[in-house]
Write a protein that binds this ligand. Structure first.
Ligand code: EPZ
Length: 428
């Protein structure tokens, strides 16, 4: 089992290169199922979740070749000409609920899918009713038995679909189902995340006819087939926000190369209000942190609101800010798992329903803590950077799901952080 050891107190200084976005990569890999022609993907991040998704695609019969030569890092060629299965097995889906993203493309391409129900995770029940109701409106029938959802259709047809919640993967699944349906679909109350817009652009480069991506209403005119394409993954806005806040937690100044500030406007506004100096240029963000931050309230919202995936990291900044702040989590029902761990480092936080009330303290003190989910583990790293003394974080397989080379990137800008291996299980 591995853990991260951080000796806090070092200010950060230097450049960090931002990797491709996990939450753009997964739907784009899923989209390879839609075409019998090869798809080449560039700037794919080396993450556990991407590896699991590639294994799932191989299970379905997609041939996947990763670039091996120098300069081919993060390049993957996918060929879904001969799919051999329509089943997403439980052992893969239980590790990563985003496996549900094969549902839409399999229904579009094969008219059948059998996906293990993702089940809940640390942050919530994570149902997929929005995905299934949308497919039903397009002419699919589904049944749930033995922990699997079985979906069938004699041919998807265009439909008008209203999403009860602007679900990100729900929007992505239904968009991918609609591109090969007979007729036109309209998806209302669609999610507007940059990852949705990027997926729509990629599908259009394959011959799809999607308009309205990035707005609440998507129009998708079904076509008879899609060609191959070549696509590059957009930079990871959540990784970017995490490193902006690492500078806020540890103090110092960082330049984030490849960052796309336009994908992070609400977070940048709040971080500037807290006192961080943030300058945005074409494809980089410079952040400087001097002195104690101010307490600022946030409420997480669907894009373009403050991202739920940056809530835990923001809480670390507020834990040492000079006042009282309120953080309200409106997207997931149980996304405060990091609070108990931050309290072990001396944070003064009280949970009242969907809100956490944070009273800034002058200092945090290092201690052993355990990661509970992906973004909570990132917040514990930031807290370790800010704390005085030694912090050891266990269960860091959560972190490896969504952050490429985190300790290497942080060491490169002066953090005292290393990964150690203990004997015993992998912790998975
Ligand atoms: C995506 O998850 C992201 N994952 C999450 O990032 C992100 O936190 C989330 O969107 C919200 O922005 C990927 O893109 C792979 P949702 P997703 O469907 O699509 C409820 C990370 O850390 N809901 O937008 O699963 C649901 O319970 C991960 O990178 C239904 O009720 O999220 C939740 O309360 C974590 N029924 C809310 O909607 C449904 O059918 C938002 O879920 C679907 C969702």
């Amino acid at each position: 089992m591995e853990s991260l050891v951080i000796n806090g107190g070092n200010r950060l200084k230097g450049q960090i290169r931002i990797s491709g976005a996990k939450n753009a990569a997964l739907p784009i890999l899923a989209a390879s199922l839609l075409s019998p022609e090869p798809i080449t993907v560039h700037n794919l991040p080396a993450l556990e979740d991407v590896k699991i998704f590639v294994s799932l695609l191989r299970e379905l019969g997609v041939s996947v070749e990763s670039g091996t030569e120098e300069g081919q890092k993060g390049v993957v060629c996918l060929d879904a000409a001969n799919l051999s299965s329509f089943e997403a097995p439980h052992d893969l889906v239980r590790k990563m609920r985003a496996s549900v993203l094969v549902l839409g493309p399999l229904m579009a391409r094969l008219g059948r899918a059998r996906v293990s129900l993702p089940g809940g995770c640390a942050i919530g029940a994570r149902p997929i009713d929005i995905h299934l109701k949308g497919l039903e409106l397009m002419g699919a029938k589904y049944s749930i038995a033995g922990g699997f959802v079985e979906v069938k259709t004699r041919g998807l047809k265009g439909a008008r679909i209203y999403l009860d919640f602007p679900s990100v993967t729900g929007t992505e699944n239904l968009m991918m189902a609609a591109v090969l349906a007979r007729g036109t679909s309209v998806i209302e109350n669609a999610a507007k995340e940059p990852e949705i817009t990027d997926l729509a652009r990629m599908l259009n480069s394959m011959g799809a006819r999607i308009t309205g991506a990035g707005s609440s209403t998507l129009n998708i005119e079904g076509v008879s087939g899609l060609s191959g394409t070549e696509w590059s993954i957009i930079p990871d806005r959540i990784e970017t926000g995490t490193y902006i806040m690492a500078a806020g937690a540890a103090g110092g100044e960082l330049e984030l190369i490849g960052a796309e500030a336009g994908h992070l406007e609400s977070a940048i506004t709040k971080l500037r209000a807290a006192g961080l100096k943030i300058e945005c240029s074409q494809n980089a963000i410079r952040v400087r942190s001097r002195g104690r931050l101010k307490s600022v309230d946030i409420k997480t919202q669907p894009y373009p609101g403050f991202p739920t995936d940056l809530q835990a990291q923001f809480m670390v900044l507020m834990a040492r800010a000079g006042g009282l702040s309120v953080i309200t989590e409106n997207i997931f029902e149980n996304r405060f798992m990091h609070v108990a761990e931050l309290q072990r480092l001396g944070a003064d936080i009280k949970i009242e329903g969907r809100s956490a009330i944070i009273k800034g303290v002058k200092k945090l003190t290092g201690a052993p803590v355990a990661a509970t989910d992906l973004r909570a583990s990132a917040s514990l790293v930031l807290a370790g950077l800010a704390a005085q003394g030694r912090t050891e974080i266990t269960e860091i397989y959560h972190l490896d799901r969504g952050y490429e080379d985190m300790e290497k990137k942080l060491r490169g800008v002066g953090a005292d952080i290393s990964r150690i291996t203990h004997e015993g299980g992998s912790g998975k």
